[in-house]
Write a protein that binds this ligand. Structure first.
Ligand code: HEC
Ligand code: HEC
Length: 437
């Protein structure tokens, strides 16, 4: 009796059914959706290998994974997205950036409507280079500490990052420079976020506030709704991935065919290429499918009284206005595993002004220097279990979830103050709820 039922049960999968994993180990963020089809399975594992691949200098015996640089930040994707989780900020000026990068620009608008790249250093500081080519320089993070006091007397040390540069190889950056330090975010559940229809985001922005970023879709040569990246500055996962290969590893693709060297960087422009492009479309397809079909951790301890109390406080403090618990998704046009239904990402994918303290002063398409995309909170409770070191917020300044909450300002200031003034039991319950995500 059971067997004939199975196919129709599977057929009923929708939303994030089939995208939830009960794994809570260090591999929690590296699980395929259980709905992964037999046809897609080998592609998924190929994509996984490429995401973990250490790319090498061209020419190399294995020409499928060469073309690193000429200038780059890290040798692999996983270096900044450890175990598919979040990165972290350096502990202080003595430590290098290991899971973080610094975007650069000068005031103005670039040809695509985005930031105007620095004329000499481009749109990202590339701290490393292949032999024979000069790396651009190093970013250094200092911290200024201050203390925030919570109701009941608890005192929290907050560290504000201050960025500087050393060893700049092409001269000073100049006075009129925009910088933005960012840690790598976690990369699971992204196929589901891609399936939230544009009109849902637009309607949400109209009814509840927040703004849709409108960015440049390179493949279509058209403006599009932005949803990936910390300022929602990438329209599709595919473009986000190709941009990461290009900007972070120095690997070209059909979407970004030119090496990331500026006119002033002569040795960079003359270096040997690993192919035109270095990343084949099949490889890009595989990494895209891999990141589209990574499952999201299941919630834990949901019946515990403090977790339930924390969930109610999350709503009554106003956190859920931006960290929206549930969003609808539509059938994904290319991934049969992703079907109409709903997901629980705890984000509205919209831009919000979080105030001066978190501002980077670097506009990105429609996002102002004070706006950030609401960070999805699903899986956040496992972050410290998966990563040896993790940071919170776009630049990893927060060492704990509580520090992250206390940095909220601007539109989120009322919610932050409700948290800060709540009694310690309530704060504890809210944090327990976040741990259950
Ligand atoms: C040097 C560190 C670094 C490396 C290496 C790196 N990333 Fe990232 N990644 C980041 C940062 C920082 C962001 C946020 C970027 C932004 O918003 O400007 C990001 C964002 C992303 C996102 C979007 C996540 C989201 O929630 O919107 C994806 C997907 C991604 N990276 C994939 C990759 C892939 C694929 C590679 C390898 C080709 C890679 N990354 C290599 C640091 C890195
Ligand atoms: C006005 C919208 C808004 C409200 C209200 C809000 N947040 Fe946020 N939250 C954001 C945005 C935007 C970010 C990303 C900021 C950044 O990256 O610097 C964020 C980031 C976070 C992070 C860090 C996530 C990460 O991946 O590093 C946590 C934790 C968080 N919020 C929890 C809360 C809690 C708890 C509340 C209620 C007390 C709350 N937020 C209220 C918009 C909001």
């Amino acid at each position: 009796m059971l067997l004939p039922l199975l196919p129709c049960l599977l057929g009923a999968a929708s939303g994030d059914d089939g995208f939830r994993t009960a794994v809570t180990s260090r591999e929690a963020f590296a699980q395929p959706a259980s709905s992964l089809s037999e046809t897609d399975r080998p592609v998924f594992f190929h994509g996984r290998n490429l995401f973990r691949q250490v790319w090498i200098v061209a020419p190399a015996d294995d020409d499928t994974v060469d073309g690193l640089g000429p200038v780059y930040n890290r040798l692999s994707c996983i270096a900044c997205h450890g175990k598919n989780g979040r990165g972290f900020a350096p502990a202080g000026p003595q430590e290098e950036l290991r899971a973080m990068l610094v975007r650069l620009s000068v005031p103005g608008v670039g040809a695509d409507g985005g930031p105007l790249p620095h004329p000499v250093y481009g749109d990202q500081l590339n701290e490393l280079a292949i032999p024979g080519v000069t790396a651009e320089g190093r970013a250094v993070v200092h911290y200024d500490d201050h203390i925030v006091e919570l109701a009941g007397g608890e005192r929290v040390v907050m560290r504000r990052p201050v960025l500087s540069f050393r060893g700049l190889q092409f001269g000073p950056l100049g006075g009129d420079i925009e910088t933005s330090a960012r840690i790598g975010p976690a990369v699971y559940g992204l196929g589901l976020l891609e399936a939230v229809p544009d009109d849902v985001l637009e309607a949400r922005a109209r009814s509840h506030g927040g703004r849709v970023n409108r960015v440049w879709d390179v493949a279509r040569g058209a403006s599009a709704v932005g949803r990936f990246g910390v300022k929602a500055n990438q329209p599709t996962l595919r473009q986000q991935i190709a941009a990461a290969f290009h900007g972070d590893l120095g690997i070209t693709s059909t979407l970004f065919p030119a090496e990331n060297c500026t006119a002033a960087q002569v040795a960079c422009r003359q270096a040997e290429s690993g192919g035109a492009p270095e990343l084949t479309d099949d490889q890009l397809d595989a990494v895209e499918l891999y990141l589209q079909l990574l499952a999201v951790p299941d919630r834990r301890d949901i019946a515990q009284p403090d977790v339930r109390r924390g969930e109610a406080l999350f709503a009554s403090f106003g956190c859920a206005n931006c960290h929206v618990p549930e969003l609808p998704i539509a059938d994904h046009p290319r991934r049969p595993e992703i079907r109409t239904g709903s997901i629980r990402p705890y984000t509205d994918l919209l831009l919000h002004d979080l105030g001066d303290d978190l501002a980077d002063g670097r506009p990105d398409f429609l996002a102002s220097g004070r706006e950030w995309r609401t960070a999805p909170l699903w899986g956040i409770g496992l972050a410290e279990q998966v990563g040896d070191r993790v940071g919170y917020l776009h630049d990893g300044r927060a060492r704990t979830v509580q520090e992250a909450i206390l940095w909220h300002g601007g539109e989120a200031e009322p919610a932050r103050e409700r948290y800060r003034r709540a009694d310690p039991h309530e704060r504890r319950a809210l944090l327990r709820f976040l741990e259950s995500l």
